[in-house]
Design a protein around this ligand. Structure first.
Ligand code: C5P
Length: 222
């Protein structure tokens, strides 16, 4: 059967990447975490101390930045100017700044172009905010995945614990809610469910159940 493209969008910490990885592995497709790209350019902006609010500075930074994603055994490696930043882009510092950087039109144009190149002609599971609406508008399967903000904060808290990050639950919930608001209210390709996307509420689902749900939808389209 011909490989298909699967777009998974939704708010922060909804479990998109965990589930997308499982689905990709089961189908033998590549998994592309697009948030990692916005995180990488944000890391560079923070390191160079540019003014995040400035379109012009964001554009100049972009012109001298190389972002590369490479599939790896446990998902994906992220390279910024040839340096492995897979872990560094997950810091709370980057997380808090990323939505401002991701709102710039120039930044989005460049990232979408890269994402489309990566997906071209192959079976992919891509997760993000605008995959079904802008990046892969013809994807055979589009899923909009969500869960209550309380549940999403709780999951992020548990995930952090394993990595020895101890941000309080209330702080995580506030950060997640703020990011969702910024991502949904930006002018350029805001976070929204594509008209032809299937809504999946994972609040009461296990990781495995959510993955099975999507695999079933994918099989119907193969
Ligand atoms: O998916 P993740 O939470 O790592 O994404 C980090 C941020 O990157 C999001 O909050 C959003 O601001 C931005 N993003 C985006 N479009 C995407 C993926 C992520 O604007 N396709």
């Amino acid at each position: 059967t011909k490989p298909i493209q699967i777009a998974i969008d939704g708010p922060a910490a909804a479990g998109k990447s965990t589930i997308a990885k499982i689905v990709a592995e089961k189908l033998g497709y590549i998994y592309i975490d697009t948030g990692a790209m916005y995180r990488a350019i944000t890391l560079k902006a923070l390191t160079e101390g540019i003014n995040m609010a400035s379109n012009e500075e964001a554009g100049q930074l972009l012109a001298k930045t190389e972002i590369d994603l490479q599939p790896s055994e446990n998902g994906q490696l992220v390279f910024l100017d040839k340096k492995d930043v897979t872990e560094a882009i997950r810091s709370q510092h980057v997380t808090k700044a990323v939505s401002e950087m991701a709102a710039h039109e120039l930044v989005r144009l460049r990232m979408v172009e890269l994402q489309q190149q990566l997906a071209e002609g192959r079976g992919v599971v891509m997760d993000g905010r605008d995959i079904g609406t802008d990046v892969l508008p013809d994807a055979a399967l589009k899923v909009f995945m969500s869960a209550s903000v309380e549940e999403r904060a709780r999951r992020r808290f548990e995930e952090n614990k394993k990595r020895n990050i101890l941000t309080p639950l209330e702080e995580l919930q506030a950060e997640i809610a703020k990011r969702d608001k910024m991502d949904s209210e930006r002018i350029v390709s805001p976070l929204r469910q594509a008209d032809d996307a299937i809504y999946l509420d994972t609040t009461d689902l296990t990781i495995d159940q959510a993955a099975q749900n999507i695999l079933k939808l994918a099989e119907e389209r193969l």
